[in-house]
Design a protein. Structure first.
Length: 200
């Protein structure tokens, strides 16, 4: 074999080797890029999953807060009814009814304080306004307890009890609507519009 042939063959082998080496480097770079993209996708998925878990937990806490508040408001409604009924006949039943009302109002105030940060924004203003009603009702209940010995309820107590019952009903309705919105989504909570009913 001639030296020229050996040089040409060697140059060809070197070129072939360099081309293959370049392909391998390109393949390694491609694999590295794909690996980075896969790791980035995994990270994004984990972050989305964690966000979903946190939102789910907040959702559960909102639902529980609405249930707790609703339960306490029902108790207030029932004790308001029994207190106003007992007020008509006066006596020991009236004093006990006032005590039960004050206790229920106290529990409701505690529930409001506990859950105010978890409530949907649409309810916060109504609950804060109701909190003032609760405060006035507690003051009226204390005054009613200190009524004259014959146990006749004061007119402010009956007026505040009636106003409290009305506000309690309104807030119970608002909580039902917001609970539906939190649980089923906003569209399910809103009554269908008149146009929507006509379209259907």
């Amino acid at each position: 074999m001639s030296p020229e042939f050996i040089m040409i063959a060697t140059a060809g082998l070197v070129l072939y080797y360099l081309r293959e080496k370049a392909k391998n480097l390109a393949t390694k770079d491609d694999i590295g890029a794909i690996t980075r993209e896969v790791e980035l996708a995994k990270l994004e998925f984990r972050m989305a999953e964690e966000l979903w878990r946190r939102q789910s937990r907040v959702h559960e806490m909102q639902v529980q807060a609405l249930i707790d508040l609703y339960t306490h408001l029902q108790e207030v409604r029932e004790t308001l009814v029994s207190a106003t009924r007992a007020a008509k006949w006066a006596g020991d039943n009236y004093a006990k009814a006032v005590d039960r009302l004050e206790a229920a109002l106290g529990r409701t105030e505690a529930a409001i304080t506990k859950c105010i940060l978890l409530l949907p924004p649409a309810l916060v203003g109504q609950v804060e306004e109701y909190r003032q009603t609760v405060y006035l009702a507690i003051v009226a209940a204390n005054e009613a307890r200190n009524a004259p010995a014959h146990g006749v309820p004061s007119t402010p107590f009956l007026t505040d009890a009636f106003a409290g019952a009305q506000k309690t009903e309104m807030l119970l309705s608002a909580i039902q609507i917001e609970a539906r919105a939190v649980i089923y989504g906003r569209a399910a909570a809103e009554p269908p519009s008149r146009n929507h009913a006509l379209e259907a």
